[in-house]
Design a binder for this molecule. Structure first.
Ligand code: SAH
Length: 508
């Protein structure tokens, strides 16, 4: 929490080169606890999903054409927020002290007398070559590495790059920034006597699903950049080590490399599918369509949870219902035994698993969420007449189940545990990316993901195909006029991933 009486603190944090797996544990911790986060164009905005819901998130830009904050404004903003007592996290792409003006920001913070911490990050200067399959050192090829920037301070009248020194040094040379000026830079290097056939690689959007590598020689790389329309941000590697890529290129050869795939589950549930697809090389856009909010009448929910021990049965119809129920339960009680002798029914295997996660036994587990089937299971157990049943469910859920129970003589109360609302925020920039860059494939893991996605009313990108987890989801998609190209044979996440992999494997 922001402490208004004390000065805050600033964390200058390296966000790594893009891959979320390359963020340090310390950086993640800082993001999770920050009051204010000021982030850069090159910091992967997906990590903002780790931030607290009430954190203030500020985009500081630094993309050439954007009208965002000037360096001076950024410095002032950080200082002002910290003076106000906030824990400020300044997220910078790669490592905060490798180019990109982190040094200036640190100076401004120090000059203002504010305490600060530096959290190093994995720089693109190292990760870029690694993900392109280029070892920056190799015993046979070189014994030193130079990092330099191709970006010139516009206020300097002479070139800041000492080409004569670079030519003499040899070894591996890694350049950040300046891809736009690659023609001048290679021309100068040649003029200073570097050999024309020196291998050169440019790696753009390194370590992300958008990574592309362009290989050439000092002589022809500028030409290739023009021909292919290769754009920044990119890291350039000059040196014989580039040749090792032909054997060591691992990242761009994975089965789903170059495929952009949309995951439509809620942020909390997206994890496994996203991970599996990313692991196979896909560029995953997580586009949550709904989010879970507290029910309209939280007080009533609390009351029913408090009285849960007075029922004969609690029936859970969804994993969210289980979570919200016990979240409330453990706010009210600090002893699990307060649940008493009530029996527990859970519909569907995931719901049952969530109950077991709380170390509670599931007494009844109907596999199908068809009211008739659920009721039939209860009948098998001796009927529901005069039994008190507490049904934990979502707001606006269909009311077939409570009606059926009542008809058979049960006394039913409904504990409205949560409601789902359309996800309208776009903290991670996923929606903007989806609209700007499109996608190759969208995944649907339930009928509601189809409906919720379409309800957002986003334009359908050209050529985007549909993958569905099973026939019911596929039917919902078709009912809405979609064509389903991929349907999982096994109706779970693994099955879906297998189907996607096969589909693209056969297309290649
Ligand atoms: N502090 C950053 C560098 C900031 S300067 C770091 O340590 O990585 C910005 C330059 O970094 C870009 O012009 C580009 O050359 C490079 N860069 C940053 N992230 C990159 C990425 N994911 N792929 C390729 N180049 C990247």
């Amino acid at each position: 929490m922001a402490n208004k009486t004390n000065t805050g603190k600033v964390y200058l944090v390296g966000a790594g080169p893009g891959d979320l797996g390359l963020v340090t544990l310390r950086a993640k911790e800082c993001i999770e606890t920050a009051d204010v986060i000021v982030y850069d164009h090159l910091a992967n905005p997906e990590m903002l999903g780790w931030a607290r819901d009430d954190a203030e998130i500020i985009y500081a830009g630094k993309k050439a054409a954007d009208h965002t904050l000037s360096q001076d404004e950024i410095n002032k903003l950080i200082v002002a927020k910290a003076r106000n007592g906030a824990k400020v996290v300044r997220l910078k792409g790669g490592d905060p002290f490798v180019f990109g003006r982190g040094a200036e920001e640190a100076r401004a913070i120090a000059d203002a007398g504010i305490t600060f911490e530096i959290v190093p990050g994995i720089t693109s200067a190292i990760a870029g070559p690694a993900y392109a399959g280029i070892p920056i050192t190799s015993r046979a090829e070189n014994s030193h590495v130079t990092f330099f920037t191709g970006h010139e301070d516009p206020s300097k009248s002479e070139s800041a790059i000492d080409y004569a020194a670079l030519a003499r040094l040899g070894g591996t040379q890694v350049m950040l920034m300046g891809v736009e000026r690659i023609a001048q830079i290679t021309r100068e290097m040649l003029a200073h006597g570097v050999r024309a056939d020196l291998p050169v690689a440019l790696v753009r959007w390194a370590t992300t699903g958008r990574q592309q590598t362009l290989v050439g020689t000092l002589q022809n790389i500028a030409q290739r950049v023009v021909e292919t329309g290769f754009e920044s941000p990119a890291v350039a590697v000059f040196g014989d080590v580039v040749a090792l890529r032909k054997d060591l290129n691992w990242y761009e050869r994975r089965p789903l490399s170059g495929r952009r795939i949309v995951v439509t589950r809620t942020r909390k549930q997206a994890g496994t599918l996203t991970c599996r697809l990313r692991g196979l090389g896909a560029d995953v856009i997580e586009l949550p369509t709904i989010r879970i909010e507290p029910p309209t009448d939280l007080r009533e929910f609390g009351q029913l949870v408090q009285d849960a021990h007075m029922y004969d049965w609690i029936v859970f119809t969804s994993p969210n219902g289980v979570e919200k129920f016990f979240e409330m339960f453990f706010k009210l009680y600090d002893d699990a035994r307060e649940i008493g002798g009530v029996k527990i029914a859970a519909i569907g295997p995931t719901t049952a698993q969530r109950v077991r996660d709380f170390h509670l036994h599931v007494d009844l587990q109907p596999e199908e969420f068809v009211a008739e089937a659920v009721v039939r299971e209860f009948q098998k157990q001796g009927g529901v007449e005069n039994l008190r049943i507490l049904l934990a469910r979502a707001e606006k859920a269909r009311d077939v189940l409570p009606k059926q129970f009542s008809k058979l003589g049960a006394i039913v109360d409904e504990a409205i545990a949560y409601r789902t609302v359309p996800e309208t925020r776009d903290v991670t920039g996923a929606r903007r990316r989806f609209l700007e860059e499109g996608a190759d494939l969208i995944t649907f893991t339930s009928s509601s993901t189809v409906e919720n996605f379409l309800a957002l009313g986003l334009a359908w990108p050209r050529g985007m195909q549909v993958a569905s987890i099973g026939p019911i989801t596929s039917q919902t998609a078709r009912d809405h006029g979609l064509k389903v190209e991929i349907e999982a044979r096994r109706h779970d996440i693994d099955g879906l991933v297998d189907a996607i992999r096969k589909h693209f494997g056969s297309e290649k």
